[in-house]
Design a binder for this molecule. Structure first.
Ligand code: FES
Length: 147
């Protein structure tokens, strides 16, 4: 049984396992500057991302994810990656960059990293709306969260 378990986990890098078992920045920001909610219609996983922006810098980021190991690990990693970055820099972070930072994801789990990218973009879009800017160039479409 233990052997079987190891085989299953071997599909994931050590970093994915680390972020899955010890997620960074899990929680919420009560006075968030932006909140992004996304879900994958196929697997049913959902992700909520909170960002706090001060002087155009993301000073804090947190998430709540009800999903698979890859969804949790990518949420954790993306919140680490955006802290201290400007809004424009955060917008350049792709799901591939998040997966690479985690040492890669199995191809079948790459869509989970898309959820993290979209949660970030949705949070940034929410922030844009709050400050009166148009987020239409990067705001994720609702129907795009599929496998
Ligand atoms: S299986 Fe749904 S996001 Fe990973």
């Amino acid at each position: 049984m233990a052997e079987q378990k190891d085989k299953i986990f071997s599909a994931y890098s050590e970093k994915v396992m680390d972020h899955f078992t010890h997620p960074r920045n899990c929680g919420e920001i009560p006075d968030a500057s932006g909140i992004g909610n996304v879900g994958n219609a196929v697997c049913g996983d959902i992700m909520r991302m909170y960002i706090k922006v001060e002087n155009n810098i993301i000073v804090d980021a947190k998430f709540k994810t009800f999903g698979c190991a890859a969804a949790l690990a990518t949420s954790s990693m993306v919140t680490e990656m955006i802290k201290g970055k400007t809004v424009d820099e955060a917008l350049k972070i792709s799901n591939k960059a998040v997966a690479e930072a985690l040492g890669g994801l199995p191809p079948i789990k790459m869509h989970c990293s898309v959820l993290a990218e979209h949660a970030l973009r949705a949070a940034l879009a929410d922030y844009y709306k709050k400050i009166g800017k148009d987020p239409s160039t990067f705001e994720p479409k609702k129907e795009s969260h599929e496998h």
